[in-house]
Design a protein around this ligand. Structure first.
Ligand SMILES: Cc1cc2nc3c(=O)[nH]c(=O)nc-3n(C[C@H](O)[C@H](O)[C@H](O)COP(=O)(O)O)c2cc1C
Length: 135
């Protein structure tokens, strides 16, 4: 959040972390796959077409990644990823932020910790600005 705001953003969108939050209705296998993923644990799919999407590295997504394109049937079994716990039924969508997610937390904890870290970083950066002396 601090990095995005430093680059000029006025808000941030958080997706993957909330998919893996305690209140999220998705299957524990999907949440655990996000928790287990490293920063390199996702793949860009459909790169030879549009839209590009990012998904967890699985046997299913590796095959799509190799192909570089995906057909209209790609998401037909997505409900089985979300609610059946079969992360090879369709692309299990996730961002590279999966590599920063190490535990399942409640939505309120995620918001509180994100905002607290944002304030800690901006206070530190603000102190740098206040202490600047270019004279
Ligand atoms: C389950 C899931 C579904 C998503 N669906 C869409 C979508 O329909 N359209 C889109 O542009 N991005 C979609 N995204 C990508 C989000 O825009 C992306 O997650 C967002 O930029 C936040 O990044 P983060 O997931 O790393 O927090 C989806 C992401 C997830 C995890």
């Amino acid at each position: 959040m601090a990095a995005a705001v430093a680059l000029g953003a006025e808000a941030i969108q958080i997706g993957t972390r909330f998919v893996a939050c305690a209140e999220s209705p998705v299957h524990t296998h999907y949440k655990q796959a996000i928790v287990d993923a490293q920063a390199t644990g996702t793949l860009m799919l459909n790169t030879k077409s549009t839209p590009c999407i990012r998904a967890l590295k699985t046997d299913f997504s590796r095959a799509l990644h190799e192909a570089g394109v995906m057909g209209p049937e790609t998401f037909q079994d997505i409900q089985d990823v979300y609610f059946g716990g079969n992360i090879n039924a369709a692309p299990a969508l996730a961002g590279q932020s999966a590599g920063l997610i190490h535990e399942v937390h409640s939505a309120s904890q995620i918001v509180q910790v994100t905002v607290a870290h944002f304030h800690a970083i901006t206070v530190r950066l603000g102190a740098m600005a206040a202490g600047a002396n270019f004279s």
